[in-house]
Design a protein around this ligand. Structure first.
Ligand code: PHE
Length: 524
């Protein structure tokens, strides 16, 4: 078939089908048509049915007793969902706070690291620092829990054209909008010129070429000769007002822009996990775990209870912990796998081997409180992220408290070996290093008006010892742990395909309690 035709048909078909069917057959028919095209939102509906008290009515069975290891998101969500059916849940938590990595620090909070250094947050009233999870994608089940638990959410700004990119190939930080305009411009120019010169004739018909050039003209804001010479997309030195504004100088030569190394910075928010809009709970991420703990009941959560032994019995499970021991019908183990594997137990050696596989990762964050929101006042940056290839990796500007007198930004959020570099230092030296680097982006004001700071190194957090733990492959070991080991079920973001997201913890908790409940209903 003539390829020109196919292309024109495709353009027409999608639109015509959706719009046309919508007119003729109503919204229902349009939805069905969208489904056939893989566009319907049906997949977005979660088919989870929480355990309910009424489930027991016909079976004549009673809700069982369940011991849950860990009061992080997975443990609390397990207790919350089982509680809906009247299960008798007890949650054992080794630390002195609920939430695990869902940790929000405010004035007076203490953060202790494994080597013993303790920081005390001296933030001012109303300031909070989400030291762990801080952003939620709109398709994630985490938002459904916020809705159900009445935790108000607000927008989290995950990209900002007015924030900066600062890589070693640059002499000075460049605004995202400028970097993107120049990179897209030159990429469009190269492709347009290659197309026009016939370099792509083996791949493209004349119709394809016309369509591609049409696209590139708009994508890169290139001229009719295919050259990129800059555009207002780059931004201005002085923005238009009663006058036309003063353009930025530039653009720099193509070779300079290619040397910026913009691939990661210009593509991270295309990720399905990172695309805007994203959300955060109003007042701090720990509003989620506070609400869960309230629903579960404080009396059901034992703090300072570190698990020391797990024993599967023929008719139940026994868990010993610092300060006591508890016998239950079932157990949901919602601890990090690298800590779980160290606990003496009588679980199958294959299960223990599987628990040893997920690799704990490093990440660190530094919260900096300033008495002046200079990023808004001087840089006109309202939320979002500056990406760098320095070892601080990125700066985050706050998505709350706009126009307030003070505010908290992240002086680093780094992952991997850069996080290890900072983790080795005392807080004082982390701060000094981060300020030195941040100053290269924001100048001397970066040191002025700083009032408080706290840093977290997740590999050094007691009872957690990792930012997250991931599988290199989702293999037979992962599959093994999806099933109970005797009477022990496993939950946590590491038991999902959403490692490093609270959504993974919620989804895995749902999977575990669903299996557990089905077993109880069957009476096996
Ligand atoms: N969820 C974490 C974050 O958004 C970690 C993560 C980063 C997960 C990037 C996936 C991709 O920062």
């Amino acid at each position: 078939m003539n390829a020109d035709r196919t292309n024109a048909d495709k353009k027409l078909t999608r639109r015509a089908l959706l719009v046309g069917v919508g007119v003729a057959g109503g919204a229902g028919a349009m939805y069905a048509a969208m489904g056939a095209l893989g566009l319907a939102p049906s997949q977005q509906q979660k088919d989870f049915a929480p355990p309910q008290r009424s489930d027991f009515a016909l079976t004549g069975r009673a809700a069982a007793k369940v011991v849950i290891l860990g009061a992080g998101v997975a443990g609390l969500a397990s207790a919350y969902e089982l509680g809906k059916a009247g299960y008798d849940c007890t949650v054992l938590e080794a630390s002195d706070h609920v939430g695990g990595r869902n940790r929000t620090l405010r004035a007076g909070d203490r953060l202790t690291e494994l080597d013993g250094e303790t920081q005390v947050a001296t933030f001012s009233e109303g300031t909070y620092f989400n030291a762990g999870p801080a952003r939620i994608a709109q398709w994630m089940v985490t938002l459904d829990y916020c809705r159900e638990l009445r935790v108000p959410v607000e927008l989290f700004v995950n990209n900002n054209s007015n924030a900066y990119v600062f890589n070693s190939g640059m002499l000075a930080p460049v605004r995202f909008r400028t970097a993107r305009a120049d990179m897209y411009g030159y990429v469009a120019e190269l492709l347009a010129k290659a197309t026009a010169s016939g370099a792509l004739d083996k791949r493209l018909t004349s119709g394809d070429k016309a369509n591609l050039l049409d696209f590139l003209g708009q994508f890169g804001a290139i001229g009719s000769d295919g050259s990129y010479t800059g555009s207002p997309r780059r931004g201005f030195q002085v923005y238009p007002a009663t006058g036309p504004g003063t353009p930025l100088s530039g653009p720099p030569p193509m070779s300079d822009v290619l040397g910026y190394g913009l691939g990661r910075a210009l593509s991270f928010d295309l990720d399905y996990e990172q695309a805007m809009p994203m959300f955060q709970p109003v007042g701090g991420m720990d509003k989620i775990v506070e609400a869960l703990a309230r629903e579960v009941g404080d009396d059901r959560i034992r703090m300072g209870a570190k698990v020391t032994k797990i024993t599967n019995l023929p008719d139940g499970v026994e868990v010993a912990y610092t300060g006591g021991s508890i016998k239950a019908d079932y157990c949901v183990a919602a601890l990090p796998p690298h800590l779980l594997v160290k606990i003496p137990c009588n679980l199958d050696p294959k299960v223990r081997a599987a628990l040893a596989i997920p690799v704990p990762a490093s990440a660190g964050k530094l919260g900096l409180e300033y008495r002046r929101r200079w990023w808004e006042l001087e840089d006109r940056i309202y939320g979002g992220i500056t990406e760098t290839d320095l070892d601080l990796q990125r700066l985050w500007y706050p998505s709350y408290g706009f126009h307030g007198t003070h505010g908290l930004m992240l002086g680093y959020y780094n992952i991997g070996s850069d996080a290890d570099t900072y983790a080795k230092l005392t807080h004082g030296r982390r701060l000094a290093r981060a300020l030195e680097q941040g100053e290269r982006i924001h100048g001397p004001k970066y040191r002025q008006d700083l009032t408080a700071s706290v840093s977290v190194a997740w590999r050094r957090q007691p009872h957690i010892e990792g930012a997250w733990a991931g599988w290199r492959n989702y293999d037979a070991n992962f599959e093994l742990l999806r099933h109970p080991a005797g009477r022990v079920y496993f939950a946590g973001d590491w038991m999902s395909y959403l490692v490093a997201w609270q959504a993974g913890a919620f989804e895995s908790a749902r999977a575990a309690v669903t299996q557990l409940h089905q077993r109880v209903l069957k009476g096996t």
